[in-house]
Design a protein around this ligand. Structure first.
Ligand code: C2E
Ligand code: MG
Ligand code: MG
Length: 401
């Protein structure tokens, strides 16, 4: 898409920096550029609808209104364009601000150190496609507990499966079960739109039971067809408040003829538990029965050192926010390597989530991480697609190696 006529705003208190950026943009074919040396001046131009930019290149350190304050004003004005941060501050500072901008739901293309290298700017811009200015983002639909309850009862939840492969040789070692809601009117609804609701409305036990029993039945069918894979199911901390959960899992697995070693329970903690005794008891009992316990999204939320210390996990999943692009970013790489090191010292197997592209995979192969999961390997898929994918994968990975 050609964006070269799009309106771009430069804001930097240093006129020289502004001029250099303007020249770099011109060299890339962007000529509709307006320059400002103070936040105040830039904001008054934003208040004129005709002057609304679709991209802002923003300096962080400015004497009157700093870049962070400017972003707050953008939020108040419901700015719908994109943003690039430019700063002489170190990478961790720029990252922190990028996170903040993202939390404000402003589309941020990335951050660049000063002085800006033309190649870096070109790379960020090449990934940019401006939304029509002023178009509000579609809000995600919120569902009511009764709708979800009915969906569970009517069998509208379906399991998708995402492969996990060995980093060393690409061997397929397992799948993770990821639930979707096949909504009769809205189409496919993703778990970020209903798991919180299920937890808040007491439906998570019913949901997990449906997901677990169909995953076990599926694992049985695969085994009967000669496909032997570990199957992982996500378990909410709220499932671990009812003491019969361990027995329920054991009974279901036994009924499907799936060995405990082949069932992985991925545990995430999205909020703090009031009483840690029940989860601790249930997880320890499951481990005693030889089910495999995995700490999911490690390093985020409450999925942290304390949990790792208390519960005898077999597997640690390094969150995608640390593994994706770890090759490109010193801070991410440090977090990634520290998580890996921690797991290895505890003799826990490691899975890197979010291996999204070739560069992520190449990076991972240089680390000692055991297992990889992510779009580069495969997207989550319906059960019926898995045998075909397994057949095609060795050729693909040989080609990639
Ligand atoms: P999770 O357990 O960490 O699962 C991984 C999520 O990352 C999945 O999102 C998956 O589709 C996505 N993903 C996989 N590869 C990549 C990649 O390369 N890049 C990126 N950006 N994302 C990737 P999904 O299916 O939308 O699930 C989101 C979360 O919802 C899951 O995160 C899990 O916490 C929760 N969830 C899913 N199914 C269940 C369930 O049956 N029960 C419970 N309690 N939670 C579930
Ligand atoms: Mg998971
Ligand atoms: Mg995860």
């Amino acid at each position: 898409m050609d964006n070269t006529n799009s309106q771009i705003l430069l804001l930097d208190d240093d006129p020289l920096a502004c001029m250099l950026l303007e020249r770099q943009l011109a060299n890339l074919g962007y000529h509709a550029v307006s320059k400002f040396d103070s936040g105040k001046a830039a904001l008054s131009s934003l208040d004129d609808p005709a002057g609304r930019p679709v991209l802002i290149l923003l300096d962080l350190n400015m004497p009157e209104m700093d870049g962070i304050e400017f972003v707050r004003h953008l939020v108040e004005r419901r700015y719908t364009g994109s943003l690039i941060l430019i700063s002489g501050e170190d990478e961790r500072m720029r990252q922190a601000v990028e996170k903040l901008v993202r939390a404000h739901k402003i589309n941020i293309l990335g951050h660049l150190p000063k002085p800006v290298q033309p190649g870096d700017l070109a790379a960020l811009l090449s990934a940019w496609s401006p939304a029509a200015p002023g178009r509000p983002r579609a809000a995600k639909k919120a569902y009511a507990a009764d709708e979800l309850r009915a969906a569970i009862a009517n069998g509208e939840l379906v399991n998708y499966y995402q492969p996990k492969v060995a980093v060393a040789d690409g061997a397929v070692v397992g799948v993770e079960t990821l639930v979707r809601w096949q909504h009769p009117a809205d189409g496919m609804v993703f778990p970020d739109q209903f798991i919180d609701l299920a937890e808040a409305s007491g439906l998570i036990d019913d949901l997990t039971r449906v997901v677990l029993s169909s995953a076990l039945a599926q694992a049985r069918r695969w085994q009967d067809a000669g496909i032997f894979l570990k199957i992982a199911v996500n378990v909410s901390m709220d499932n671990l408040a009812t003491l019969d959960f361990a027995d329920y899992v054991a009974t279901q697995a036994a009924a499907s003829g799936i060995a405990p070693q082949d069932l992985v329970l991925e545990v995430t903690e999205s909020r703090l538990m009031k009483d840690a005794r029940a989860p601790l008891e249930i997880l320890t009992r499951l481990r005693l029965k030889r089910f495999r316990l995995s700490i999911d999204d490690f390093g985020t939320g409450h999925s942290s050192l304390a949990q790792l210390c208390d519960i005898p996990f077999d597997e640690l999943k390094i969150d995608q926010s640390f593994s994706h692009r770890a090759w490109a970013d010193q801070t991410l790489r440090t977090m990634f390597n520290a998580s890996l090191d921690l797991a290895q010292r505890l003799k826990i197997e490691t899975v890197a989530e979010g291996i999204e592209d070739r560069a992520d995979w190449d990076f991972l192969r240089q680390t000692g991480c055991d297992t990889a999961q992510g779009y580069f390997i495969a997207r989550p898929m319906p059960a019926a697609d898995l045998p075909g994918w397994i057949e095609a994968w060795p050729a693909r990975i040989a080609e990639e190696a």
